[in-house]
Design a protein around this ligand. Structure first.
Ligand code: G6Q
Length: 549
């Protein structure tokens, strides 16, 4: 029996409903309901979600809720929160919610409460980050630390890099942060050139401590430090590690006393709440890091308890399913009108596409519907002068999230009004477009008429509109609000995964890349002409061997 959700009655009803709604313009939906904003917006955890500018009606929401019920969303949500091993291909729980469980109620994995060990690591992070910040942690030559270099990749890089950038206004004034991820020597090389070894602390972040890029970067950084300071003993004062793998860390040459632990039930892309957040804690202080956790915890409680129709991640997840599965919109744009969130789209690319980029259901059946959106985006105001042309007049349906801070981190006269007016203008224009009649009037008023108007100008200046957007608005990007926003997207992804019946917590595609690279490394090092793999791979490899110096 095929138990794909796409074969359910709820799916079929939504399909017919979409066919009816496909021709309806957002203008008409607003014209039909003068209180559409009141009817289709909800506020929780300090975030307002206005989803009125979406191509949906209250009937759509009812049908989407039926789909969520069919997919057993409430049951899967319970399983997530109670620590069931829902990441079944790796036989693991997905307990990032425990890392930010500020109410500290017991959460069990295999019968053991994980909260005491989480709290112990948080206490160790506090002690360490305090000592770096107040200058009592000294480098090998006795100087306080000034530069923090995180070496990690993927989930051990993107979250902390995004958060420290977003919360730059909260940084300790003596400290600078750097993130090395790419194995190309340019990344580490450029950063090392800026550093003073006497005042630099390297944080090597790797869940497995086997990731080639991270280990190579860490090895080169370690050698650079020893060369600069002339003594291997300096490593103890300039290197700490974050990992689940104590043995690999000590084998690498970092004392286990300088290691911050986390656990296999923390997925890489869900790990910024764990010790992987150490660079965040050092840069913004442990109180602010705990505020980040508190914001996420508040969202988790909301997700766990709010009725679906008032539940931010449920609404956003269902709207995501609506566009992806029924409108077949291939991509989703995230456009922050909050420059502090410049790295948020890049961070979300991993969260969304690594979690939802799956072609089979939990049971291993091929899906017959698209799964993950292709997520993309950049700070909104810059995007207006670049790719927004496609949103306004291209041929793709691109649902977008606008993230808008009412206040900026830096209150420069006139700036924030410019940001806010641009953001609101864009969601308005994307929704309304400009009809042929309106365009004609606009051209007439500029003195353009006749043939020039009708054939040369008019078609190019009409805007279809009907591009859907969500607006997420909040007072200011504090650590707490940032925690809420990140958790909101995490739980939105979870909702989508449940609707599509897939496991969002494994990443076998990432593992494949790691394995294949390890088979090509020896071939690159060998002197002989290579004839393995396929002719293209071998041809390229031999070309490199011929031309490299
Ligand atoms: C995240 C992925 C992946 C992972 C990196 C780094 O969910 O698993 O991005 O975070 O490959 O892995 P390590 O932390 O083990 O070095």
């Amino acid at each position: 029996m095929n138990n794909l959700i796409s074969h359910s009655a709820a799916w079929a009803t939504l399909k017919t409903h979409q066919q009816n709604l496909a021709q309806v313009h957002l203008r008409d939906l607003f014209a039909a309901d003068s209180q559409r904003f009141e009817h289709f917006s909800v506020e929780a955890c300090g975030v307002l979600l206005d989803y009125s500018k979406n191509r949906l009606t209250s009937e759509t929401l009812t049908l989407l809720k039926q789909l969520a019920t069919q997919a057993q969303l409430a049951d899967w949500r319970n399983r997530l929160f109670q620590g069931d091993k829902i990441n079944h291909t790796e036989q693991r729980a997905a307990l990032h919610i425990a890392l930010r469980n500020r109410s500290n109620h017991p959460i069990k994995v295999d019968g053991f409460d994980v909260m005491p060990e989480i709290n112990a690591v948080l206490a160790k992070m506090r002690q360490f980050s305090d000592s770096v910040r107040d200058g009592t942690w000294r480098g090998y030559t006795g100087k306080p630390i000034e530069s923090i270099v995180n070496i990690g990749i993927g989930g051990s890089d993107l979250g902390p890099a995004m958060v420290t950038k977003a919360l730059k206004a909260y940084h300790h004034t003596r400290l600078r942060d750097y993130f090395v991820s790419n194995v190309d020597g340019t990344h580490l090389g450029e950063i090392l050139a800026e550093l003073d070894p006497e005042t630099t602390l390297f944080i090597v972040a790797s869940k497995t401590f086997t990731t080639q890029e991270t280990l190579l970067n860490a090895k080169s950084a370690r050698q650079w430090l020893i060369n600069q300071l002339g003594d291997e003993k300096a490593v103890a004062k300039h290197f700490v590690a974050i990992s689940t793998a104590t043995q690999e860390v000590t084998e690498f040459g970092i004392d286990s006393a300088n290691m911050f632990e986390f656990w296999d039930w923390v997925g890489g892309r869900y790990s910024l709440w764990s010790a992987i957040g150490l660079p965040i804690a050092v840069m913004i202080g442990m109180d602010n890091f705990e505020a980040l956790l508190a914001g996420a915890h508040e969202l988790d409680k909301h997700f766990e308890t709010a009725p679906f129709e008032q539940n931010l991640p449920v609404l956003m997840g269902l709207i995501g399913v609506w566009y992806s599965s029924f409108f077949r919109a291939p991509s989703h744009a995230v456009l922050p009108y909050d420059y502090a969130l410049a790295l948020f789209p890049a961070y979300l690319q991993q969260l969304v596409m690594e979690s939802l980029g799956k072609h089979v259901t939990r049971e291993g059946n091929s899906v017959d519907y698209p799964t993950s959106d292709i997520l993309w985006g950049a700070p909104g105001n810059n995007g207006q002068h670049a790719f927004y042309q496609l949103l306004h007049q291209g041929t793709h349906l691109v649902p977008a999230d606008f993230l808008i801070a009412i206040e900026s981190q830096y209150d420069l006269p006139g700036h924030q009004d410019a940001v806010l007016s641009n953001a609101l203008a864009q969601t308005y224009a994307l929704m309304m477009g400009r009809t042929t009649e309106e365009t004609k009037q606009a051209l007439f008023s500029k003195g353009i008429s006749g043939d020039e108007l009708l054939t040369q100008q008019l078609p190019h200046r009409v805007f279809e509109g009907n591009q859907p957007t969500n607006t997420l608005m909040y007072q200011k990007l504090t650590p707490k609000i940032l925690g809420t926003l990140i958790a909101l997207y995490e739980q939105k992804v979870f909702v989508q995964s449940v609707c599509w019946g897939i496991n969002p917590f494994d990443q076998w595609g990432v593992e494949l890349g790691k394995q294949v690279a390890s088979t090509l490394l020896p071939a690159l090092k060998a002197d002989n002409v290579y004839d393995g793999h396929d002719s293209s791979t071998a041809g390229l490899l031999n070309y490199i061997k011929t031309y490299r110096s």
